[in-house]
Design a binder for this molecule. Structure first.
Ligand SMILES: CC(C)(CO)C(=O)C(=O)O
Length: 378
């Protein structure tokens, strides 16, 4: 009897050992297979995301560079980062490309494509057309690291079988000259699946959640950043919109940093605060309750010594296209649907649209002509 007991016990130990070994082998294999990440949009935010992902060692980063390709090819990026260290020189992603690769022949497959370009749906060609040759149905997860509301909708329509994740950043970073990044506010990033309950997308929400959590692991592996799984993407997006719709827009229109807006108090009183309050009201009508003290919190969130210029202000100075459609246009259209008044937002939308027309003219994308059908032809 004793012998039988001992044999049974030994067998139990052996089985437990085998189960544990298999578990660790599978886990190690999973850890060892580096994820393939393609980053499209290597401005300040895209570069810092690529840096965090690559330095964590769990992924290989391929980056698509446009205006800074030559300089990065020759010298690498120069980075001064509050999280990763000062005076980083000569850093390059594993692979750099001049254009978005065509993976339709199956020779290459990306697990994640991070889209961190500015979001300008009013400027052709569309980003969706550009990334289509990379997207493998059901396989490639699309991470939209961009500001604004409803950014996922056109992607979901074109890629109904793919996971689409929201990436919202709160980090201060700017590209001060081509290939040189100054990153002066810590990288806090929230990643989560967009709500897809309104569609018949083919995959289960669990799959999207697993992929989002894996991306969070990859991003955090460097141990220097704070990337969190986002349980409530809609809340996070409306929350950030309170800052972006107001401060970003006014910085672009006035060419003014946020410290100066606070110095000249009337800019906050007449423009920034009313927009923040309008966004709060639209969010509320859309079923997203934001904390009441949020406008005041955001008005004073940047250090007064930062003289911080939001990204749309930086774009306006550089003569780049302005990403105003999803930051101002979409909440304004939501307001119209929900019958919420938003007079300041509407005026600001008109101003930004006019500025964008001038930028398009300056880049040769638009030729001003008084057409016969023009209602103001006279
Ligand atoms: C949070 C902030 C202000 C900086 O990343 C931003 O979203 C922007 O400038 O567009």
């Amino acid at each position: 009897m004793n012998i039988l007991c001992e044999v049974a016990q030994s067998l139990q130990v052996l089985v437990t050992y085998l189960i544990c070994r298999t578990y660790f082998e599978v886990k190690t294999a999973k850890m060892e297979r580096k994820q393939e990440v393609l980053v499209v949009g290597m401005g300040a935010i895209g570069t810092m995301a690529a840096y965090a992902i690559q330095s964590g060692g769990q992924a290989k980063v391929t980056a698509v560079l446009r205006s800074n390709y030559e300089i990065v090819q020759e010298f690498g990026f120069t980075i001064d980062s509050i999280d990763h260290g000062k005076d980083i020189r000569g850093w390059r992603p594993s692979t750099i490309l001049r254009s978005i690769p065509d993976c339709r022949d199956g020779s290459k497959q990306y697990d994640y494509i991070v889209v961190s370009t500015k979001n300008t749906p009013d400027v052709a060609p569309s980003l969706i057309d550009l990334i289509e040759p990379v997207i493998k149905p059901e396989v490639t997860t699309i991470v939209l690291m961009q500001n604004g509301l409803n950014i996922e909708k056109p992607f979901r329509q074109r890629f109904p079988q793919n996971t689409i994740l929201s990436g919202v950043h709160l980090m201060g970073a700017s590209e001060t000259s081509s290939g040189t990044i100054v990153h002066n506010e810590p990288d806090i990033c929230k990643i989560g699946p967009f709500d897809n309950s309104d569609t018949n997308v083919l995959q289960e929400r669990d799959v999207h959640i697993t992929r989002a959590k894996r991306f969070v692991e990859i991003y955090n592996a460097c141990g220097k950043v704070n990337c969190q799984f986002d349980e409530n993407v809609q809340f996070t997006r409306w929350h950030k919109l309170v800052y972006n719709s107001s401060y970003n827009s006014i910085s672009a229109i006035l060419g003014m940093d946020v410290t100066r807006m606070r110095v000249y108090e009337h800019v906050i009183d007449d423009l920034v605060k009313p927009i923040m309050e309008e966004i709060m009201a639209i969010a509320g009508a859309a079923g997203v309750r934001l904390p009441e003290d949020l406008p005041m919190k955001f008005i004073t969130i940047d250090s007064p010594d930062s003289w911080f210029m939001p990204s749309m202000g930086q774009d306006a100075i550089k003569g780049n296209y302005l990403e105003f459609e999803n930051i101002v246009g979409e909440p304004m259209r939501e307001a119209q649907k929900l019958a919420v008044p938003c007079p300041t937002l509407t005026t600001v939308y008109g101003l930004l649209r006019g500025m964008q027309a001038k930028i398009k003219e300056s880049k040769g994308l638009l030729e001003p002509r008084v057409e016969d059908a023009n209602k103001y032809r006279g």
